[in-house]
Design a binder for this molecule. Structure first.
Ligand code: C2E
Ligand code: MG
Ligand code: MG
Ligand code: MG
Length: 292
């Protein structure tokens, strides 16, 4: 049932690879059990400020092992959503991320580092979200300015009034909102910007050929310039080559994330880097509170 690529050499489940071997129901049951037991861990990937080269913060990424093998979040997150466990998954990741931030805050002696937590689209219209987020921040003594919630564009297209109310309450906690995977959806930026965003993360697919494809480059250049004029922070995802950094910096992209700058690691493994380069992280201003 579980494929192993040699001894101690675990293969990762990813869409279209080996997953057919485990039937969906088995996976659903195993995931339900894991979530109920809190058996979800978190990996942290650095987000770097392009102008200063400093560490801005980290993105928290959920990790789950099934029978000793890593299952890709692209597989188990949609499953969690389907079985109605998205909120519980977010709660587990958020709690660990805040607990880890409290440790890093203590080691750094400041609360300038940020952490981004991914939420499922339906959650942004869930009126109970802000209170749960607020309670978690409070429990760990983490500043709301340190937290960004990331949502894909499907999350911005739900009930307008509900989203507006949730966002207003989150802003009261100084929590920011990022649009994730921009460029992969079907809606225009103008449509997406009807919800006030603090950050837009440009999907890896768009960033990939940025130094090779002049058309893509021109498109992104216009995008960065527009977003910066609107006061929106831009993050390029999936940066793997130094040439991409040069181009992104010259185009006014604010931040970058990718294997070139750091792979996702456990909190413990990330700590030396955080202590080393996080010491100089400048404070982050509270999110703007313009009303749309
Ligand atoms: P995402 O939020 O866009 O996260 C970035 C993904 O890109 C991560 O994959 C990260 O490991 C990967 N990545 C980063 N840099 C590079 C690079 O240079 N090259 C390549 N090829 N990949 C890179 P990961 O951890 O497998 O997560 C996949 C997606 O699963 C995430 O995409 C996010 O949408 C979702 N996800 C992860 N954790 C959570 C969670 O706690 N809750 C929810 N709702 N979704 C999550
Ligand atoms: Mg994300
Ligand atoms: Mg993304
Ligand atoms: Mg994604």
């Amino acid at each position: 049932m579980v494929k192993r690529a040699g001894k101690n050499n675990f293969q990762q489940y990813s869409p279209g690879m080996g997953l057919e071997a485990v039937d969906d129901l088995t996976l659903q049951h195993a995931l339900t059990r894991a979530i109920d037991a809190g058996e979800i861990s978190v990996a942290y990937q650095p987000v770097m400020d392009l102008a200063s080269g400093r560490l801005h913060g980290l993105e928290a990424l959920a990790r789950w092992q099934y029978e000793g093998m890593d299952v890709a979040p692209d597989v188990f997150v949609p499953t969690a959503e389907r079985i109605g466990r998205a909120g519980q998954l977010t709660a587990l990741v958020l709690d660990q991320a805040c607990s880890q931030m409290a440790v890093w805050n203590g080691l750094l002696g400041h609360r300038n580092l940020t952490v981004a937590v991914n939420i499922s689209p339906a959650e942004l219209a869930d009126p109970t979200l802000p209170a749960r987020v607020g309670a978690t921040l409070h429990r760990h003594g983490v500043d709301g300015r340190q937290l960004t919630l990331e949502v894909t564009e499907a999350g911005l297209l739900g009930d307008r009034k509900s989203i507006h109310d949730v966002l207003a309450t989150l802003r009261g906690l100084n929590v920011s909102l990022a649009l994730d995977d921009f460029g992969t959806g079907y809606n225009t930026l103008a449509q997406l910007l009807t919800v006030q965003l603090d950050t837009v993360k440009i999907d890896r697919l768009f960033v990939q050929d940025i130094d090779r494809d002049p058309q893509r480059r021109a498109f992104l250049e216009a995008m960065f310039s527009l977003l910066s004029r609107l006061g929106v922070v831009t993050v390029a995802e999936g940066v793997e080559r130094p040439e991409q950094i040069e181009v992104l910096r010259s185009m006014g992209c604010t931040m970058a994330q990718g294997f070139l700058l750091g792979r996702p690691y456990s909190g413990e493994d990330m700590t030396p880097l955080v202590v080393d380069i996080g010491a100089q992280t400048p404070p982050r201003p509270a999110p703007q509170r313009l009303d749309d």
